[in-house]
Write a protein that binds this ligand. Structure first.
Ligand SMILES: Cc1cc2nc3c(=O)[nH]c(=O)nc-3n(C[C@H](O)[C@H](O)[C@H](O)COP(=O)(O)OP(=O)(O)OC[C@H]3O[C@@H](n4cnc5c(N)ncnc54)[C@H](O)[C@@H]3O)c2cc1C
Length: 511
């Protein structure tokens, strides 16, 4: 058994920023971060657009940012949470800058603020189109400077250890040695990010399989609003590429149009804000156009925009398009909606506490009430920054009882069991992704959801048996977790009887 004061699962913006603060405040306590790939691999690393924060107090105001967030959330955001998160934004940005993250400035030395769908003002602080990479770089370098933080790469958290609704630690698979380690911790933070790989088309990296949410659900934590999944309207359409490359909202913010194959600029038919309508509306509009025409994609048109501006602001997107023979200043870019973000997740209060004692959740895996039925672009890095700070302050100012360690915690020695075949997990993951895309995608039907639920229960039984008879591996556990998440999405979609934001369901009828 390995003892640690703070066990953090995940090394994205949520986990790392929490670790930095706790390490500074409690230099004599030890902090362990387990992460299933290399330390920088995360959704955070791929964030392009930036962080939505009110820094221009003349044109913009927190009340306008709050209004935009509530509008995107379509009546289901928690107003107190929205106000708290947005008002804390400027402080959290200052911290990032103090830790060494750099953001673009204009010629007069002011932050160059981007505008994205659903925002009424320019307020997105960014580092070219690689904001996440810059943030991850800065905070990892801070983590490396702290003597009391240990980062364990290629360590896959399997399950939480609980007793009497209190978290005592977690089982973690060392993917290099295949050993299952037992961690005992005073506090456990789940910061495992999103669920993108439940859907075939996703902008998320392969780590995004919903592990933390699945393990929290197994431990009895409340998990809610899983039906609110955001599909990014404009991922680069390439038949073979997984994950799908994201063409940032900021490109539409800079003036790009969406067109059908025939050249029609269709967004004006669906919303007065046209291409700058919120993501749910743009994704649903594209979905409807694709269903109408039978085309596999629509097109983003930047041909009327200045080449120098495109190169200056979107160097990574420019290069990526170029690598497949598309000159974004001259050619149309084929795009398709792809799963991008999960608005729901592990329910937490304003201190980041879950319904299980000594268990906290932060970042994309959590449901705070900020996003409601749809996330406003660039509000998620902000949410993770604010909540990791809230959890830190809660732990700084509260003492709590550590639960007694259970003597009956099983120790696993599973090395002797047969390995699961990679072919089996790959095939079933693919089938699951297909099922989720078809039956629980952008527009859903109750009959499809009910069919999906039946199939998922069958797979769940099958995979649970495999977990008992085969060696536990990252692959097998990801599959097990993906089925748990799929069931949560499908069940909660069936139960929701009103359409809001990103959630569109027809109770009767079939595609
Ligand atoms: C392409 C793209 C562009 C985006 N652009 C923006 C943007 O411009 N602005 C914005 O606000 N948001 C953006 N987002 C969303 C934002 O990046 C994420 O919501 C945010 O970074 C999530 O941070 P996190 O710390 O919660 O999770 P992540 O950054 O995803 O980190 C999760 C960590 O958990 C680890 N992990 C997962 N499961 C396990 C396990 N079982 N055991 C151990 N470790 C595990 C992962 O390896 C990873 O280190 C974007 C997302 C993508 C994919």
């Amino acid at each position: 058994m390995i003892q640690t004061n703070y066990l953090i699962i995940g090394s994205g913006v949520a986990g790392l920023t929490f670790a930095i603060k706790i390490a500074d405040r409690f230099p004599h306590k030890n902090i362990t971060i387990v992460t299933k790939a290399s330390e920088e691999e995360s959704n955070t690393k791929y964030a392009q657009g930036g962080v939505a924060v009110v820094v221009d107090k003349i044109e913009d105001s927190c009340s306008q940012h709050i209004k935009d967030t509530l509008l995107a959330g379509d009546g289901l955001s928690d107003e107190a949470v929205v106000s708290m998160v947005i008002n804390q934004g400027p402080q959290r940005l200052k911290e990032l800058i103090k830790w060494g993250a750099e953001f673009d400035k204009d010629a007069s030395g002011n932050y160059d603020l981007g505008k994205e769908g659903g925002h009424s003002q320019n307020r997105v602080v960014h580092h070219k189109d690689q904001t996440g990479l810059e943030i991850e770089r800065a905070i990892i370098s801070q983590v490396h400077q702290k003597k009391n933080i240990q980062v364990l790469e290629h360590h896959f958290a399997l399950d939480l250890i609980t007793d009497n609704n209190c978290c005592l630690g977690a089982y973690v698979l060392n993917q290099k040695t295949n050993e299952i380690l037992v961690f005992k911790s005073d506090v456990t933070l789940i910061a495992t990010g999103g669920i993108g790989h439940l859907y075939g088309h996703t902008t998320n990296p392969v780590i995004a399989t919903g592990d933390g949410i699945a393990m929290a659900a197994r431990a009895g934590a409340q998990v809610t609003e899983m039906e609110f999944i955001q599909f990014h309207p404009t991922a680069l359409y390439e038949a073979s590429s997984r994950p799908t490359f994201l063409i940032s909202e900021a490109v539409r913010g800079a003036g790009a149009y969406l067109r059908t194959k025939k050249g029609e600029r269709f967004m004006t038919k669906y919303d007065d804000r046209a291409e700058l309508a919120s993501r749910d509306i743009v994704s649903q509009s594209i979905d409807m156009e694709l269903k109408k025409t039978g085309d596999p994609c629509v097109y983003l048109d930047c041909r009327h925009l200045d080449r120098a501006m495109l190169l200056e602001h979107f160097p990574m997107i420019y290069q990526r398009c170029k690598s497949i023979g598309i000159d974004m200043a001259r050619d149309l870019i084929p795009v398709v909606p792809a799963q991008h973000y999960l608005c729901g997740g592990i329910s937490v209060n304003t201190d980041g506490k879950t319904s299980v004692e000594n268990l906290f959740a932060c970042g994309e895996c959590s449901r705070t009430g900020l996003h409601g039925a749809n996330r406003l672009a660039s509000n998620s890095l902000l949410e993770a920054l604010v909540y990791s700070d809230k959890i830190y302050h809660y732990l700084e100012s509260h003492s709590w009882e550590n639960a007694d360690w259970r003597d009956d915690v099983p120790v696993y020695d599973l090395i002797k069991r047969p390995k699961i075949s990679a072919q089996y997990t790959k095939k079933l993951k693919k089938e699951l992704q297909h099922l989720m895309r078809q039956n629980a995608g952008i527009i859903r039907y109750n009959s499809d959801l009910l069919n999906a639920e039946k199939q998922l229960h069958k797979w769940q039984e099958e995979v649970q048996t495999k977990c008992k008879t085969h060696q536990i591996s990252c692959d097998l556990y990801e599959l097990k977790n993906m089925i748990v998440i799929a069931l949560l999405i499908v069940r909660q979609s069936i139960l929701r009887d009103e359409n809001h934001g990103g959630f569109v369901k027809f109770t009767i009828g079939k595609k």
